[in-house]
Write a protein that binds this ligand. Structure first.
Ligand SMILES: O=C(O)c1cc(C(=O)O)c2c(n1)C(=O)C(=O)c1cc(C(=O)O)[nH]c1-2
Length: 248
């Protein structure tokens, strides 16, 4: 009779929750693999090989994302029943809309457009927004409208990766695209601090709320979805070069 094999060391049962640190590691792994800093369009932006037309097309189309951020944050805010949480989250809307006309992130993006030679109306009338960009932005807004607070907050965790990307972008603009006035970069400079702070706040909430394995997997999936939103947006902008050419 062969000796009986030693019983296997009990593995964690399938579906056991991760610790908050394990969850954080998994969220970070999604960002490393799927964040749009690695998208070919961003790579070309950072290398300095985008034409003026391509960079302008990106500014016009990214504005569509930008102007919907406070809308999706208002949808998230409406899911919170805790006044302290609402007080904190509403800051994101203020960051974009400002306290009064002429202030805030949306205004700063309009100035970026002007610094690149794009009239405000060209941004605000949305006539040059590509179909794929509309769908990507609608997808994100509707995700935040329809999903529970955990998923919507987890989707914002791309912001943890945004500050590094902003630093790379500012350096690339200063070096390769000096035809854009340096004042136009104020939006990106502001986002280095804001993105880091917002990302940390969202991460603390997700770590506290996602207790079961199912909730944790939903948080990871929400972040992957958001990475896809940002990636699809750039796919659409990139593909337009093939259709309209680098000069239009
Ligand atoms: O330029 C970028 O690459 C970039 C990325 C992201 C992001 O990672 O989601 C945001 C922003 N910018 C941004 O400006 C911004 O206000 C913002 C808000 C959010 C969000 O999901 O709540 N992401 C981002």
């Amino acid at each position: 009779m062969p000796a009986e094999a030693a019983p296997p060391t009990p593995a964690a049962p399938p579906g056991a929750p991760w610790t908050p640190d394990e969850l954080t590691d998994r969220l970070r792994a999604v960002s490393v693999e799927r964040y749009h800093d690695r998208h070919p369009f961003n790579v070309r932006m950072h290398e300095g090989t985008l034409t003026r037309a391509e960079l302008r097309r990106w500014i016009v189309n990214r504005f569509h994302y930008q102007r919907h951020i406070p809308v999706k944050d208002a949808l998230i805010l409406a899911k919170f029943d805790d006044p302290a949480l609402r007080r904190s989250w509403v800051r994101r809307i203020r960051d974009h809309d400002g306290e009064r006309p002429g202030e805030g992130g949306i205004e700063r993006w309009l100035r970026l457009g002007e610094a690149a030679g794009i009239a405000r109306e060209e941004l605000t009338d949305a006539s040059r927004v590509l179909p794929g960009v509309r769908l990507a932005v609608d997808g994100y807004v509707n995700f935040c409208r329809l999903r529970p607070a955990l998923d919507a907050v987890a989707a914002s965790l791309t912001e943890l990766s945004a500050p590094d990307l902003m630093r790379t972008r500012i350096a690339a603009f200063e070096r390769h695209y000096p035809w854009i006035d340096a004042d136009g970069l104020t939006y990106f400079r502001g986002r280095v601090g804001q993105g880091g702070r917002d990302g940390q706040e969202a991460l603390a909430l997700v770590r506290a709320w996602a207790r079961t394995r199912q909730e944790q997997e939903r948080a990871v999936a929400a972040l992957a979805f958001k990475c896809d939103v940002l990636w699809s947006l750039l796919d659409a902008v990139d593909a337009a070069t093939a259709v309209d050419g680098a000069r239009s």
